[in-house]
Design a protein. Structure first.
Length: 494
């Protein structure tokens, strides 16, 4: 469901539009109505909205001013404008702000339905495109991610915890899984055996859960559940094939467990004694599973620094600059560290991870990779306890009161990386007020402080300094509502 708000200064019209359509039947949830632009903007700052239906002519902040200000806060927010004015200038101005639907009053029910359905369909198309791009990104990074998973699984005291972080991004099942060990394989025959096994699994409809794990003399294939009949078919096929191609008899041993974590725990135990462990891609590329940051003590050092709020760059710098590592290895290490400190539960966390992966794998400088990693670690929700979210939010607001884009949604998505609805509830619970009221109070108190410094002819500059951009008129309206005085009256009386 897309979240919808209706804005009109006339209650009769608001109620009429609210009852005009069965919104759930076209994929919408009506979550709010507002009497004017100022009230609507405050709701936008607090709520996660998708679409706003708004009138143009309203007191305080008119519809076009609302659109102009709101899109700076949330560029994904979409508007349907209702107006009794057919002048081209209004439509042209609305289009300049990205509005694609402009409907003349009296509002035609079918026109409004058509506009809302069009918005929903186009949004679904963008989501599908984004999902396809995400899938491509994860496929491209399959081996670095699997490598990070094996590193953590080998080093973790709890394989189940490692699986929980990677399960969704690697599409791993909870149960119904098997492993097939192929022993007595010489190095020169390794790729030949892998290619044959890949073709055999495909012909039998067996799903591969991970890339081939290779250790000295053995290959390990982690697969979907293999029945006893399928296991026997595989063993017979491998025996006949190895004879035909002149390879000494390959030992094939199957392993079954009730759950994936039990299966992998046994696999990790078996391979942990090997000095060299590789992941082998289908085309034959080998990825060594090794961690150049000597893990445990340095991970603990990073964990401690993050919990204490210390600068982690001093810990990361020698990893990226003093070991003479190549750029590819630097990217892989950054991915390893990111995954160590971040779970991958749900669509949002995968999107965040993909954004980070895209950043580091497009970087060509170790220093840039280090900077990106430092930034994302400081914002890691798994390291910063949830109670710190509000402290971090308030610190950010204090230092960025001049920003027009400040909203709970922007802060949740771009700074704290948490769910905006969760953050909204948490803020009200801890602070006893809505975020929009808190933000307005902080901006107005800062404006009052600046008025003790500047002259009356600097009201425009004060408005810009407290986040109202080039809209001193809107600033004056909010200031008067907050203090009972216009900015000019307030400066004259002090």
């Amino acid at each position: 469901m897309l979240r919808l708000m209706i804005v009109d200064d006339e209650e009769i019209i608001r109620n009429a539009i609210a009852s005009l359509i069965d919104y759930p039947s076209i994929g919408y949830e009506l979550v709010a109505t507002a009497r004017n632009g100022i009230e609507a903007y405050n709701i936008i700052c607090d709520e996660y909205l998708d679409v706003v239906i708004t009138d143009i002519r309203m007191p305080g902040l008119n519809g076009l001013e609302l659109v102009e200000r709101a899109v700076k806060t949330d560029e994904k927010l979409e508007f349907v404008i209702l107006s009794g004015y057919s002048e081209f200038e209004y439509a042209k101005q609305a289009m300049r702000f990205g509005v694609k639907h402009y409907i003349l009053k009296p509002t035609d029910r079918n026109q409004l339905i058509e506009a809302l359905v069009d918005i929903r369909q186009k949004r679904e198309e963008r989501i599908q495109k984004s999902l396809a791009e995400r899938a491509l990104m994860l496929k491209t990074l399959q081996y670095p991610i699997e490598r990070a998973f094996l590193i953590e699984g080998l080093q973790s005291s709890s394989v189940a915890n490692a699986i929980s972080k990677y399960q969704e991004v690697l599409n791993l099942p909870d149960k119904e899984c098997s492993a097939l060990f192929c022993h007595f394989i010489e190095e020169k025959d390794r790729m030949k055996v892998i290619l044959h096994m890949n073709a055999l699994f495909e012909s039998l409809g067996v799903r591969r859960l991970l890339s081939t794990i290779a250790v000295t003399g053995s290959l390990i294939f982690v697969t979907s559940f293999l029945s006893v009949a399928v296991q026997e078919k595989i063993k017979e096929n491998v025996r006949e094939w190895s004879e035909d191609v002149g390879i000494l008899e390959i030992g094939v041993v199957a392993m079954q467990e009730d759950t994936l974590d039990l299966l992998l725990e046994k696999i990790f135990h078996k391979i942990s004694r090997y000095r060299e462990i590789c992941l082998v891609a289908q085309e034959g590329t080998s990825y060594k599973v090794q961690n150049k940051i000597n893990t445990d003590w340095q991970m603990e050092k990073l964990q401690h620094a993050l919990e204490e709020g210390d600068d982690v760059s001093d810990i990361l710098e020698p990893i990226f600059t003093k070991n003479g590592i190549e750029i590819t290895e630097a990217k892989n290490i950054a991915l390893d560290i990111y995954m160590h400190f971040n779970g991958m539960n749900g669509l949002e966390s995968i999107e965040e991870a993909c954004d980070f992966f895209r950043e580091i794998y497009s970087s060509e400088e170790e220093s840039e990779i280090q900077r990106q990693l430092c930034s994302v670690l400081k914002k890691s929700d798994s390291v910063n306890e949830k109670k710190n979210n509000i402290r971090l939010l308030k610190e950010y607001v204090k230092g960025h009161l001049d920003s027009e884009t400040l909203s709970l949604k922007w802060l949740a998505e771009n700074y704290l990386f948490v769910n905006v609805q969760y953050l909204s509830r948490q803020f009200v619970k801890e602070e006893g007020e809505r975020f929009s009221d808190y933000l307005t109070r902080k901006r107005m108190e800062e404006a009052k402080r600046l008025m003790g410094i500047y002259r009356q002819d600097r009201i425009k500059d004060i408005a810009k300094a407290v986040g109202f951009g080039n809209n001193p008129q809107y600033f004056s309206q909010v200031f008067k509502k907050y203090t009972g005085y216009s900015p000019k009256e307030y400066m004259e009386k002090r």
